[in-house]
Design a protein around this ligand. Structure first.
Ligand SMILES: Cc1ncc(COP(=O)(O)O)c(C=O)c1O
Length: 511
């Protein structure tokens, strides 16, 4: 029986009453008992029960109350915390704080390291604030930045094409999630397709804007989580899908729709379907050939007419420029969409920070971008390869290694229960001062499920190689410790004794 703990793994050691020595058949019986004991249903898992106690995480259809005994705020419903808040809350319950964060390894963090990396240009450390910039910026953003974004897309993806983006095809937004919410707010009463697994925030975005009707499709690991374009076309015909939303490259699987598949997906935007692509990781592509460094992937390459093709691109400084704190992002699409986004921005967020928009303009210069992109790809590829090699040493091979993004979608199903489920693995790593993200957060709207154990993401965690290498190594050391503990003392040590969540305001650490 492979326990996925390595070829040198001793059998699971279940302490025997009495002698302390067990025969092989006793051992097998113990293993079976152990497996039986370790839950087929979320109700028997402490980690899952903690998750369910959070307001908004009860199965849908039940009242989402903080404490059913207490009076609730009239008319207020908890939307359910995002993976971000939940994981931060659990980390804090285990002693994480912003002052102790250096003692922790955050493999959960969905942010790239922001410091210098080899070969990358220096980033600005002062910001100008001319008097004009103290005024509101337009809700579509300042014109110079909109022009700079359009120019960069034309330069990178549309050379030689007749139809070119102009500033009127660009809306500046205060962050990617704001871009997503602005877009979701203007989607009408239509079927909107999304895939599982995908970026955690789609859960809340798709359920907060209640006019649109979300339609999920589970991506198949046997097909490397590829979006099946032929099936998508059939779904458009049979189900009447009008909008398709996907992150590409995809968080958390690290796979990317490219080449002909991307071309065909974009073509749907000429046939009555709106294709919304969240391209936040478009530079995080890891080429095999030296000459491919510096190339990135965007649907903009396959758009024929920038105003007629219904293709909506969301991107920004957050990941590619490694500037998550700037909150300067954009949506690129047909003019008619941009005017709608101006309207939704006028009540949702009021627009991006004016001085930061002005400061962003030089960063969009194609020459600057070319250098940053190559540096980023070399550096992150090295980190990816290092972490994959370390996981291999631990016999935790990644079945579908990432070809893009800075995420590893790790299947734990070969580990013995309860370590084989993402939520329990997450809780055990918190005891080792390491944060990962349980897979169920990428199962959009997980609380819907009556039994979280049935989620296709149940056995997974997402590891981020966004942080600097030393942090990553500490995190993998922590995983090694958990596996060592499993080898030494069996499974009794796992699946219980989790700290209660702390009361009070939660400061989210970004995931
Ligand atoms: C696919 C994807 N889109 C958007 C975002 C969020 O961008 P922002 O932090 O600018 O809101 C993230 C961040 O994790 C992401 O993974």
């Amino acid at each position: 029986m492979s326990l996925g703990l390595g070829s040198d793994t001793p059998q699971l050691r279940t302490p025997q009453p009495g002698s302390g020595i067990s025969t092989p058949s006793q051992k097998f019986a113990d293993i079976v008992r152990d497996v039986m004991r370790h839950h087929k249903h979320e109700k028997e898992s402490e980690a899952h029960q903690i998750y369910r106690q959070v307001p908004g995480h009860q199965p849908k259809g039940l009242p989402q109350l903080v404490d059913p005994e207490e009076e609730t705020v009239p008319g207020i419903e908890h939307p359910g915390s995002t993976g971000v808040i939940y994981c931060s809350d659990r980390a804090m319950a285990n002693g994480f704080s912003y002052t102790s964060s250096h003692e922790w390894s955050n493999l959960g963090q969905g942010a790239p390291e922001v410091g210098p990396i080899p070969g990358a240009p220096e980033r600005p450390n002062t910001i100008q604030m001319p008097l004009d910039s103290l005024e509101y910026a337009p809700t579509t953003g300042v014109k110079v930045l909109r022009e700079a974004v359009a120019k960069l897309y034309n330069h990178t993806y549309r050379q030689g094409k007749q139809s070119q983006y102009t500033y009127e095809n660009v809306c500046i937004v205060p962050g990617g999630r704001s871009g997503l919410s602005r877009v979701a707010a203007v989607i009408g009463d239509v079927y909107t397709s999304y895939q599982i697994p995908d970026y955690t925030a789609y859960d809340q975005v798709l359920s907060a804007f209640r006019r649109l009707v979300p339609v999920p499709t589970a991506l198949d690991p046997k097909n490397k989580y590829r979006l099946d374009i032929e099936q998508t076309k059939r779904d458009i015909r049979t189900q009447g899908l009008q909008v398709i939303l996907a992150s590409n490259p995809r968080n958390p699987t690290g796979q990317v729709i490219r080449g002909n598949d991307l071309k065909e997906l974009v073509a749907l935007g000429r046939e009555g379907t709106t294709v919304v692509l969240d391209e936040f990781y478009s530079w995080y592509i890891y080429p095999d050939r030296a000459e491919d460094y510096g190339k990135s992937i965007s649907s903009a390459k396959y758009v024929n007419d920038v105003d007629k093709d219904s293709v909506v691109i969301i991107d920004g400084l957050t990941k590619n420029w490694r500037l998550p704190g700037w909150r300067v992002c954009w949506v690129v699409g047909p003019k008619n969409l941009i005017t709608a986004l101006s309207q939704s921005g006028s009540f949702l967020d009021g627009g991006a920070n004016h001085p930061m928009q002005l400061a962003a303009v030089p960063l969009l210069d194609p020459a600057y971008v070319a250098i940053e992109k190559v540096a980023l790809q070399r550096h992150f590829k090295k980190k990816r390869d290092h972490i994959l090699a370390r996981l291999h040493e631990l016999h935790l091979d990644v079945e579908i290694p990432p070809t893009s993004t800075f995420y590893i979608w790790l299947n734990l199903d070969k580990l013995p229960p309860p370590l084989n489920n993402g939520l329990t693995f997450f809780e055990e790593l918190l005891k080792e001062k390491t944060i990962v993200i349980p897979g169920i957060f990428f199962d959009i709207n997980p609380a819907h499920r009556r039994n979280l154990f049935n989620s296709p993401c149940h056995n997974f965690v997402r590891l981020s190689f966004g942080p600097p290498l030393d942090d990553l190594d500490r995190g993998v050391d922590a995983i090694a410790n958990v596996l060592k503990k499993a080898r030494k003392s069996g499974m009794q040590a796992f699946g219980h004794s989790y700290k209660k969540s702390i009361e009070g305001p939660i400061e989210p650490a970004h995931v």
